[in-house]
Design a protein around this ligand. Structure first.
Ligand SMILES: [Zn+2]
Length: 190
């Protein structure tokens, strides 16, 4: 199963960021309990409550995938003491293992490189019941069109967005609600 347990957001006053937290997505596949991004500072209690509703406690989480290293996406990593930590550079179990992407972490769960928002950006592709889900971090900011307002390589973003839009049925953006790729309204405004 896959569920977006926190809808990410970002508020700014144009000069500085006031508050931001990434989307947090839970994927369960057999014994693997995977979180894609683990949210920003001050949001751990809320994430813990949402996990509890799914029957998961922080110590049950087996893997955390960080879509990139911005703090609004990785801050709470240390609260998940039993989880392997994965980003585009590799896997941290008890030791660090350098791994090249794409990296399979479950039968139907794969981490792929999707640079553009940052040079370390990656996404998680999950396949279930004939549908393809992509948890895309800030490659998709809040819908299919909005660009992140900083740190971006537009050319790379467009190239990787095109690849994901072709492959995925559903996309979880870094700072917005999950949307269906064929749903034109969702693409424009969520
Ligand atoms: Zn972000």
């Amino acid at each position: 199963m896959i569920k977006q347990i926190k809808v990410g957001f970002a508020k700014s006053d144009k000069k500085s960021w006031i508050s931001a937290c990434s989307s947090v997505t839970l994927i369960k596949e057999s014994k693997k309990i995977i979180l894609v991004d683990c949210g920003g500072r001050g949001f751990f209690d809320e994430i813990k409550k949402s996990l509890k509703k799914e029957g998961v406690s922080p110590k049950d989480v087996t893997h955390i995938v960080s879509t990139h290293s911005h703090l609004d996406h990785v801050w709470n990593g240390a609260f998940f003491e039993n989880a392997d930590f994965i980003n585009s550079g590799g896997v941290l179990k008890k030791k660090f293992y350098w791994k090249r992407l794409p990296l399979k972490i479950g039968r139907n769960v794969e981490v792929i490189s999707t640079q553009g928002h940052s040079s370390d950006s990656c996404s998680v592709v999950f396949r279930e019941k004939g549908k393809v889900y992509c948890v895309a971090g800030d490659l998709f900011y809040s819908d299919a069109k909005k660009m992140p307002s900083f740190e971006r390589n537009v050319e790379e973003i467009m190239k990787n967005r095109e690849k994901i839009l072709k492959m995925a049925d559903f996309i979880v953006p870094g700072h917005g609600k999950i949307f269906e790729v064929n749903d034109e309204e969702s693409k424009v405004n969520l």
